[in-house]
Design a protein around this ligand. Structure first.
Ligand code: UD1
Ligand code: CA
Length: 446
């Protein structure tokens, strides 16, 4: 029978090197806070319980962890990774499955890799995620004997021979809850840093006759973030992995390195994306759509064969129908735009429902905000909105209606009606000529 799984996420560290008022693990990678990445990883492993270990100073982490549905354990003061895991002991008092320790500052471990760590527990009592480090630096070194992992030695405690080892500890460690807490009770702080090292459990459990193995991941996915430089590296690693995934799905990227994705960007095949396009979280793009250069999209759905940009800003709550068209310098927000409709130039469409085959002329603005509340604009199928219309919401434009250019529309327009809402034009014959003659005379005298 498969054992129940729990995760312990360590997030009590001080994160001084970020030089930020915000806790480190709440900084975003690919549009999602690191803590949420790690929570998603735990979920993907099918855990039934997640305990987040926080310090008293990390009130923001505590709030975020609670909002993500995790249990909280407080570690105060912070005496090392082993001490941090022990802080979660009470939360797991009646739990006898396997526990996996994850670091909240290590956001990019793939679910597939974490899955291999769990699978390794069918052959050994403890599984650790390791990686070959190009520059092993301060990482803990994995000491192996054949297939067995016999110890993890922290860089500060390592002999020169051990320091030459490139196989390093990512921090992820998985064992039965009973073994983990029994070993942690015996970890001491008699070492170079005076800390309780989680990594000591390997040797302690070995003394109990238990076996450990290392599962090998890639260095890019176990990258830990301690500074803004690391954060930039993690972002780069995420973007490059996501670009590969998107290209593999049959999407054309004209200039892959200039396109920025979010963790959850979904793009169907045969979509074409120009240079310098930015995707915030929550974007789905259906087949055959084209996103032209310099467009910015967030929390929206772009319909099949729709056309967006260049220079379009598609904001949250936008749903574009199939074959619709959003052109340059157009901003949309909370707007449903029906099949085949066009908003081609220099417009703002917010809090709007636009039917099918509507043409919205250049420079049209939905005046959705009265300083206190947002109001809705509804436009029926086949309507023609003349250029430079101001649609003062709440307002409804009927199906097939025609709005003359430059109108300030404050009243509903019936189906198939013409609406003119501007001062009528007055032409004064010869006026300009008389004016210029008079002005020139005056200038000559002075
Ligand atoms: C740790 C490992 C090292 C590994 C490296 C990978 C130990 C002793 N060392 O070292 O083998 O190669 O990670 O990045 O485990 N934390 C707490 N409370 C504490 C101390 C730490 O919650 O008292 C949290 C931190 O917030 C962080 C994580 O644990 O999320 C790792 O702590 P850190 O001090 O960065 O460990 P390293 O010294 O890097
Ligand atoms: Ca670290």
């Amino acid at each position: 029978m498969k054992k129940e799984r729990a995760a312990i996420i360590l997030a009590a560290g001080k994160s001084t090197r970020m030089k930020s008022a915000r806790s480190k693990v709440l900084h975003d990678v690919g549009g999602r806070p690191m803590l949420a990445w790690v929570k998603a990883l735990a979920d993907s492993a099918g855990v039934s319980k997640i305990v987040c270990v926080v310090g008293e100073a990390n009130a923001d982490v505590r709030d975020a962890a609670e909002a993500l549905g995790m249990e909280i354990a407080v570690q105060e003061p912070q005496l090392g990774t082993g001490h941090a895991v022990l802080a979660a002991k009470e939360n797991l008092e009646y739990f006898d499955g396997t526990v996996t320790v994850l670091y909240a500052d290590t956001p990019l471990i793939r679910p597939e890799t974490a899955g291999r760590v769990f699978d390794a527990l069918s052959d050994a009592d403890v599984a650790v995620l390791g990686f070959e480090a190009e520059d092993p630096g301060a990482y803990g070194r994995l000491i192996t004997d054949g297939d067995e992992l016999t110890a993890i030695v922290e860089a500060k405690e390592a002999t020169p021979e051990q320091l030459a080892i490139k196989l390093c500890n990512s921090g992820v460690i998985s064992a039965s809850s009973i073994d983990m807490f029994s070993a942690l009770a015996r970890v001491t702080n008699d070492n170079a840093k005076g800390e309780y090292y989680l990594t000591d459990v390997i040797e302690i459990l070995r003394g109990d006759g238990k076996t450990s193995v290392a599962v090998i991941g890639q260095e890019a996915e176990v990258l830990g973030v301690n500074s803004r430089v690391d954060l930039a590296l993690a972002e780069k690693a995420f973007q490059s992995a996501k670009r590969e995934e998107i290209l593999a799905n049959g999407v054309t990227l004209r200039d892959p390195d200039s396109v920025i994705f979010a963790y959850d960007t979904v793009i169907e095949n045969d979509v074409e994306i120009g240079a310098n396009v930015v995707f915030g979280p929550g974007v789905t793009i259906r087949k055959n759509a084209t996103i032209h250069p310099f467009s910015h999209l967030e929390d929206c759905e772009i319909g099949e064969a729709a056309n967006v940009g260049p220079f379009a800003r598609i904001r949250p709550g936008t749903v574009l129908g199939p074959e619709s068209r959003i052109g340059n310098f157009v901003e949309t927000k909370k707007a449903r735009i029906g099949k085949g409709s066009k908003v081609n130039h220099l417009s703002y469409v917010g809090d709007a429902e636009i039917g099918e085959d509507v043409n919205v002329g250049a420079g049209t603005i939905t005046c959705n905000y009265d300083g206190y509340k947002k109001h809705k604009t509804i436009i029926g199928d086949g309507a023609f909105i003349g250029t430079h219309s101001s649609l003062v919401a709440p307002v409804r434009i009927g199906k097939g209606a025609f709005l003359g250019s430059g109108g300030t529309i404050t009243k509903d327009v019936p189906d198939d009606a013409l609406a003119l809402a501007r001062a009528s034009q007055v032409n004064k014959e010869g006026w300009a000529k008389r004016y210029h003659t008079a002005q020139r005379k005056r200038k000559d005298k002075s």
